[in-house]
Design a protein around this ligand. Structure first.
Ligand SMILES: [Fe+2]
Ligand SMILES: [Fe+2]
Ligand SMILES: [Fe+2]
Length: 274
């Protein structure tokens, strides 16, 4: 018997609850089949109930993955379709009550085994692949304030552009271009912080001072980037630059999720029209 144990949890509550429910439905059905002498009468109902629940659940799961731009969505859709196809193509063997029972049992066992494996191998990865593209400005970064979101998107784009350039091999003026991009990033960051602070000021945001400190510290780090040491792009420089990019995207991600998000919440909870 396959049990829904803690190792099946993917830690996304709505999905975990549905998986748990799907498991109990399957296990209850298996128990019921074991107790009945003849399943011919109940089979149709039971199978269609399972199918409805599973298809509903897959739709929820796929919608969730779509929302977070999960790169494994296509793969999951294929696997879910295979499960649905297995249920759809099921024909109860009606040659005898024993044959009927065996065939239904076989289907249920297949489904519970499939589900168990699917959760452990595929569903387990939901939401975990996002870090594949640390430069993607996804919905989870949106504060809901258009100006702020647009500028954050641009910051992500400049960092991504810089990263791509660092990773490009043998470009004769690579060094100059990286310098240009880092200068552009610095300018744009200052421009954005200025806009964001003006907005916080205008709406009387109580966290303005803390934001100013955080912004100033980040700008200082940007000014401190020692571009003079980068006169040759060799392996060490490459590592230095990649570490730098990591820091920039990490700081920005953290700042947006931890601090800038709260500006959006403040705007909404105070019904401020911008
Ligand atoms: Fe799934
Ligand atoms: Fe910001
Ligand atoms: Fe900020």
């Amino acid at each position: 018997m396959y049990e829904f144990t803690d190792d099946c949890l993917i830690h996304i509550e709505e999905i975990d609850n549905e998986h748990r429910q799907l498991f109990s439905l399957l296990n209850e059905s298996i128990a019921m089949v074991a107790e009945s002498a003849d399943v011919t009468a109940v089979s149709k109902n039971l199978v269609s109930k399972l199918k409805d629940y599973a298809i509903n659940h897959f739709a929820h799961e796929e919608a969730y993955m779509e929302r977070i731009h999960d790169p494994e969505l296509r793969l999951q859709k294929r696997e879910h379709a295979a499960f649905a196809e297995k249920i759809n193509s099921f024909k109860l063997d009606t040659t005898s009550p024993e044959a009927a029972k065996d065939s239904l049992n076989e289907l249920l066992k297949y489904l519970v085994r499939w589900l168990y494996r699917h959760i452990l191998s595929s569903d387990m990865m939901i939401g975990k692949m996002e870090s594949n593209d640390p430069f993607a400005f996804t919905d989870r970064f949106k504060t809901g304030i258009e100006l702020v979101d647009d500028e954050h998107r641009t910051l992500f784009e400049i960092i991504k552009e810089t990263n791509d350039l660092i990773c490009t091999e043998l470009l004769h003026d690579k060094y100059d271009k990286i310098m240009e991009l880092l200068a552009k990033l610095r300018d744009y960051t200052e421009f954005h912080f200025h806009d964001e602070e003006a907005l916080m000021e205008r709406i009387g945001y109580p966290g303005l001072e803390a934001q100013k400190h955080a912004h100033a510290a980040f700008v200082e780090r940007l000014v401190d980037i020692d571009l003079d040491t980068l006169d040759n792009i060799d392996n060490d420089q490459q590592a230095y630059l990649l570490d730098l990019i990591n820091f920039l995207v990490g700081w920005l991600t953290n700042h947006i999720l931890g601090s800038d998000m709260k500006i959006g919440e403040y705007v909404r909870s105070n019904n401020i029209t911008l």
